[in-house]
Structure formats: C-alpha cells, structure tokens
Design a protein around this ligand. Structure first.
Ligand code: CS2
Ligand code: MN
Length: 359
C-alpha cells in the first residue's frame, strides 16, 4: 500500500509539494493537468515537466486524478471515436512518464455535488455538506455558481467552466437515453481504452458516483455492489478496476463498505482508495467530517481492516478534510486535516500489520 495526497499543479493549489513531502509516510501525489480541455490529448512535454517537478520534490507521480471523459463518449455520439483516440494517446503519454493508476469517473453532466462547501461544525471547522432538498431545488448551473462562490478562487475538479454553459441542454439529452444505452456507451469506451491502459502498465480506477443516487434523473451507475459487479463484467481485464471512495459509497446507508471492499479487493480489481468519513443527517443529507471513526458514522477501523485483510496493494489517499486552523485552501483539500487523516490511516495500517504478526 502506498499513501499519497491529491495535489493540483501550476499554481492552482495552496498546498506545496514541500509541505506534502513533510507529511510522514506520504510517498507521492495524485495529480492532473487541469489546463488541458476535456477530450484533448495530455501533452508528453507537459507531463514530463510535471513529473520532473514532483520528483525533484522527493515525491512520486504514479497516480493521475482525473483524465475526464468527453461528454460525446458518455452520450454515444459519432464524434466519440475522435475523443477515444485522444484518450488512448493520453494513456500512452501517461505510461511513458511512469503513471500506474488512473482515477476517472463516468458521471454524466456533472461530477460530485454538494449544497455547501463551507458548512460550519461545532468545533469551528468547516466541511462540505449535502442537503438533498437544496440540491434538487437548484439547477446544476446554480449549484455550480453557489459552489464557485465558496471555492476561494481555486478550480473545482469536475466542474470545469466549459461544462457549465451546456448543462441544461445535456440534462435534456439524457431524458431520452435508457440506462442500458448508458452502460453500452461505457462498454464501448472501456473496450477501446482498457487494452491500451493495460499495455502501458496503467490500472484504470473508476470513481463511484457522488452522491450515489440519481440527480435530475441522470443515469448514475457506480453506486452499489450490484452495479459495480455489472461494471466490472463489462470488461474482464484487471486493468478495468475501481477507486473505492468510502465517503461517496458510504453516503448510501445500505452500502456495506467492508463487504464491498473485501469482495472487489480480493478479486484484484481495487487499485485506489479514497478514505474519508461522513456524518449522516436527516434522510439523504450528510456532512463530511474528520477521518476518525468517532467523528462520523463510518467505521474507519473496519474499512481499513477490510483493505488490509484482503491484501490491498494499491494507493490510498485521505479524501476531503475539514478546513481547520484558519487555513485558506480549496474546499476539502486543505493540508492540515488531510495530513491528520493520512497519519490516522497509516496508524491503523501499522496496527493491523503488527496485530497480524502477534496472532
Ligand atoms: C473527488 C472527485 O474531490 C472529489 O470528490 O473524489 O472529484 C474525483 O476526483 C473524481 O470524481 C474522479 O474523476
Ligand atoms: Mn473520492
């Protein structure tokens, strides 16, 4: 297992590589090239420059999060082939600079959704929170606008400005698409890119839908053990794998996280783990919380134990943290609380390693 942290390059992060290097036990970063428009090829020269910067800071660049998928691929339009070829070319460039794991998602129209990016907790910290009624009463463009107001000027991953203007029309488009067609479009994409990823030594790791239920009637498909099984069966190559995001899957109280982790890790299909905790509120509502089990409703010990017992040897990153100690950073991605999260997860892992030796 390798512990990493997410980091945004080219001045788009308040956190520095030097700071990440000083978090004990963290060996690398999950990073991206936000300047490349969705659908275009990530240039080898820029990737090489990025890798050199990260390596010079004493960290590894083995994980990319994310190469987003052009909407024509999700919609199954004839133009998808051009974007798929670009995706393949990007994979080859990523392989050439030593990337081994690629996190991405296949959510239509928008990536994750929250109603507030700076919801105050009793301890004076702020967190991302989700209130179902507020989200469903806004249209996605208004959600994006309200989120942008609290993003302190940092880009919000998956909410690229170029997506925003067409959101209304895109939501209309999906009204006539069946779930079956959506799965077919996904399979078409996987069958084209997974063999290339595999040849390049890259494991693809799809991120679950966040939140794990449909919004605005859009197809959401990576949200339960059952639909993850369907997803994996679309393409049997082990390079067609998963990011298990405990905060995303865990928002659905019916998801048995340790069971999901065990099933898919033992099958060799989990390549990346995002680990964070959430605190359930009424109905579908939730607040994000500190990582510690006692701060939320997820049992982080049982979660880490499930990865550990199943022989997980991929990457883990502490997912969103609270904003604490007056830090000014991209919501969810401050240094301090994620560093606390990383140390807690590493502590659990060490205890599990050593308990194994005692038994
Ligand atoms: C991330 C996602 O911050 C987050 O919520 O976990 O944005 C994730 O990077 C994407 O869904 C992966 O494509
Ligand atoms: Mn995640």
């Amino acid at each position: 297992m390798k512990m990493i942290m997410r980091w945004f390059p080219f001045g788009d992060d308040s956190v520095t590589l030097r700071q990440i290097r000083q978090v004990p036990g963290v060996s690398g970063v999950a990073t991206c090239l936000p300047s490349v428009p969705v659908g275009e090829v990530w240039p080898l020269a820029t990737l090489t420059e990025l890798k050199d910067t990260i390596t010079a800071a004493g960290l590894e660049m083995e994980v990319i999060e994310s190469v987003n998928i052009h909407k024509d691929i999700k919609k199954g339009l004839p133009s998808r082939d051009r974007y798929i070829e670009n995706y393949q070319a990007t994979l080859r460039n990523l392989g050439a600079v030593g990337v081994t794991c690629l996190c991405y998602n296949f959510m239509p129209v928008m990536d994750w959704a929250r109603s507030d990016l700076a919801h105050p907790l009793e301890d004076g910290s702020t967190v991302l929170s989700y209130r179902h009624k507020q989200v469903t009463e806004m249209n996605p463009t208004r959600i994006a606008e309200s989120m942008a107001k609290k993003s302190l000027g940092y880009s919000l991953p998956g909410w690229e400005p170029e997506r925003l203007h067409a959101m209304g029309a895109d939501i209309e488009f999906y009204k006539s698409m069946t779930r079956d067609d959506y799965w077919k479009n996904m399979k078409y994409f996987l069958d084209a890119v997974v063999p290339v990823a595999s040849e390049c030594g890259i494991n693809m790791a799809i991120h679950p839908d966040d939140p794990p239920w449909p919004l605005f009637d859009l197809p959401k498909v990576i949200s339960t053990a059952e639909n993850i099984r369907t997803f994996l069966s679309l393409n049997d190559n082990p390079a067609n794998g998963l990011t298990i995001c405990t905060g995303s899957l865990g928002a659905n109280r019916d998801n048995d996280l340790p069971a999901i982790i065990r099933e898919f890790t033992k099958a060799g299909r989990v390549h990346f783990a995002h680990i964070r905790n959430i605190k359930y509120q009424d109905g579908l509502d939730f607040d994000e919380s500190a990582h510690l089990s006692s701060c939320g409703d997820l049992d982080l010990f049982a979660i880490v134990q499930a990865f550990h017992d199943s022989g997980f040897d991929g990457y883990i990153r502490p997912d969103h943290g609270r904003m604490i100690w007056d830090e000014q950073a991209r919501p969810g991605y401050g240094l301090y609380d994620r560093a606390l999260g990383a140390e807690y997860l590493l502590g659990l892992w060490e205890a599990l390693d050593k308990c194994g030796l005692c038994n």
